[in-house]
Ligand binder design. Structure first.
Ligand code: HEC
Length: 106
């Protein structure tokens, strides 16, 4: 009886790394995004949103929505088409890891 929880803990810790996003791979994949979203996810084009510091959950959801067609944009649809779930997770982890500071006006 008391062996079960130990077994579960071990199998969890062994399988966790498989789900961990690869931020370094995300940084490499993000080179193709920089022309529009800026080098570190801060855009200079008013039509293009900032990605730096955005939550990984929202980034991942947005990218999957463009890929499925639930959200449409001619530029984004083309970009996400070849991306795998893993690529999307890595890209989301990279942009989410960028520290973004906000200063409200006085
Ligand atoms: C050709 C320009 C262009 C490129 C390249 C590009 N994007 Fe975008 N991206 C846009 C535009 C424009 C929008 C806003 C579209 C809209 O109104 O839905 C956008 C929106 C997004 C959004 C939604 C953000 C939000 O706040 O809702 C995400 C996430 C995103 N892009 C990620 C990426 C990633 C990751 C890459 C690289 C793999 C990339 N984009 C490459 C132009 C681009």
């Amino acid at each position: 009886m008391c062996r079960l929880p130990v077994f579960l803990l071990v199998s969890l810790s062994v399988s966790l790394p498989a789900f961990a996003a690869d931020i370094e791979n995300g940084r490499k994949l993000a080179r193709q995004c920089s022309v529009c979203h800026g080098k570190i996810g801060v855009s200079k084009d008013p039509e293009v949103p900032n990605l730096a510091g955005q939550s990984a959950f929202y980034l991942e959801k947005s990218l999957k929505d463009y890929r499925s067609g639930a959200r449409e944009d001619r530029r984004m649809t083309l970009i996400v088409e070849p991306l795998t779930d893993e690529d999307i997770g890595d890209l989301a982890a990279w942009f989410a890891s960028i520290e973004f500071t906000v200063v409200a006006p006085e």
